[in-house]
Structures are given as structure tokens and as C-alpha cells.
Design a protein around this ligand. Structure first.
Ligand SMILES: [Fe+2]
Length: 251
């Protein structure tokens, strides 16, 4: 009798164990299913994120292209500035190459050259094309253009270095420039390159208030500004450019 009781208890125990095992197997299957769903959802979010990043990048590049078109259109309206940014960009690119900048740095410098005066969009044409000296208020407006330009390109996350070059392209080595009065090495390197290209092209272009200088004379002036106004190393790179003794900005 006692033996029968023990056998039935063992059977009960075994059935209990079996049902516990089946419950645990069912839970494992549910967990595996939940894990697969979670992984699929994660992979889908990852695909969405990559798609979004791709769209964001394409939008940013399209925005940059629109700005380049806008800068070009702005300059083209004025015979005195037509082609200025393109020449500055080309000269800055040559200087950057000579100074050992990487391909990425050269690309940013070239794009910044094309956009460096975009901030003049807010300056009335009467001021931009004025034949005589500017009044104090007009100078205030004119001096804002690097900051305005940098602000316009600021949504371009991949172009933060370019924005810095635009903001500081009128700084001078002795701190006499604008907008921040930076001096020496505190001026971003790309902005120092841009300054040399910009002043040379400005000197060799006609302006409403003066005729262009001969390129040899402009080269002498750039040389004379080394150290005090322009970075001497960049001026030396400029003077060393192969240009048969005279770099013609229109070529
Ligand atoms: Fe400028």
C-alpha cells in the first residue's frame, strides 16, 4: 500500500515537472519571438536613420549649391565685382595647395572663397557701388558682411570651417581688421589665405573709386604688407606661385 502511494506521488511530481518544463519552453519561444521582433524594429529604425542622414546630407549639399548660385548671381549684377569670388577662390586654392593643405581643406577653402562676400547681400547697391569714400554709417554696414555671410552658411554642419573663414577673411595680422580684431595665429589659417587672395584680386580689379593696379605693383604691395597685415608665410607662398613673374587673376 505504502509503495503504491509513493509511486503515485512520484507520478504526480513527474507530471508537475513536465508541465513546468512546457511552460518554461513556451516562455522561451515567446521571448525568442519578442527578441526577433525587437531586432527587426531596431534594424528598421537604423534604416530610417540612415535614410534620414542621407536626405539631410543631400539637402545640405543642395543648400550649398543654392548659396553658390546666389553668390554668383549677386556678383554678376555688378561689373566691378563680377568674377571676383571665383578668382579669389582659385587663387586661395592654389595657395592652399602650395602651403600643403589636404584635399579636404582645399575644398573648404575654395568653397569659402566662392562665398566669402555673400554677406554683402544685405548692403544697398548705392553703398557697394559708391564712387567716393564711405561714410561712418556705411562703413558700419560694410564691416558686417563677414558676420552676415558666416551666419547665412551656419546651417551647413559640414561647412563649419568654411563659416570661420568667411567670418574672419578681413582680419589682419596686427589686429587692425574686423569683425573680431583677431591677430596673428589667432586668425584661422584658411582666413589668412583668403585675405591674401582677396586683397590681391581687389587691387588688380577696377573699383568705382579707383583703377586697377598693374599686377607687378599689386604683388609689391602684397609683399610690403607681409607680417604687419598679411601672414608672411602665405605672402611668401603667393610670391612663389609660378606665374612668369606676374600672376594674372583673369587667367
Ligand atoms: Fe569681403
Amino acid at each position: 500500500m505504502a509503495g503504491e502511494v509513493e509511486i503515485s506521488q512520484v507520478l504526480l511530481y513527474a507530471r508537475d515537472l513536465k508541465s513546468q518544463y512546457e511552460r518554461s519552453r513556451a516562455r522561451e519561444r515567446q521571448l525568442a519571438l519578442a527578441y526577433r521582433r525587437l531586432r527587426a524594429a531596431y534594424q528598421q529604425s537604423l534604416r530610417y536613420a540612415l535614410d534620414l542622414r542621407d536626405v539631410h546630407g543631400r539637402l545640405q549639399r543642395a543648400f550649398l549649391q543654392s548659396l553658390l548660385g546666389l553668390a554668383n548671381a549677386l556678383e554678376a549684377r555688378d561689373p566691378y565685382t563680377r568674377g571676383h569670388s571665383e578668382r579669389v577662390a582659385r587663387l586661395a586654392q592654389r595657395l592652399a595647395l602650395r602651403l600643403g593643405c589636404s584635399a579636404d581643406e582645399r575644398r573648404v577653402i575654395t568653397q569659402a572663397g566662392l562665398l566669402h562676400d555673400l554677406g554683402k547681400i544685405g548692403i544697398p547697391e548705392a553703398v557697394l557701388g559708391k564712387a567716393g569714400p564711405l561714410s561712418e554709417e556705411e562703413w558700419v554696414l560694410m564691416r558686417e558682411h563677414p558676420v552676415v555671410g558666416a551666419r547665412i552658411v551656419s546651417p551647413l554642419e559640414f561647412f563649419s570651417e568654411g563659416a570661420l573663414i568667411i567670418r574672419h577673411h578681413h582680419e589682419r595680422q596686427d589686429g587692425s581688421g574686423y569683425p573680431a580684431g583677431l591677430s596673428g595665429e589667432a586668425i584661422p589659417f584658411g582666413a589668412r589665405i583668403m585675405a591674401v587672395a582677396d586683397v590681391y584680386d581687389a587691387m588688380t580689379s577696377d573699383r568705382p573709386y579707383r583703377k586697377r593696379l598693374a599686377c607687378e605693383e599689386a604683388r609689391r604691395q602684397v609683399e610690403g604688407w607681409a607680417d604687419r597685415l598679411l601672414d608672411a608665410r602665405i605672402v611668401s607662398a603667393f610670391l612663389g606661385l609660378p606665374a612668369d613673374g606676374c600672376f594674372d587673376p583673369t587667367v
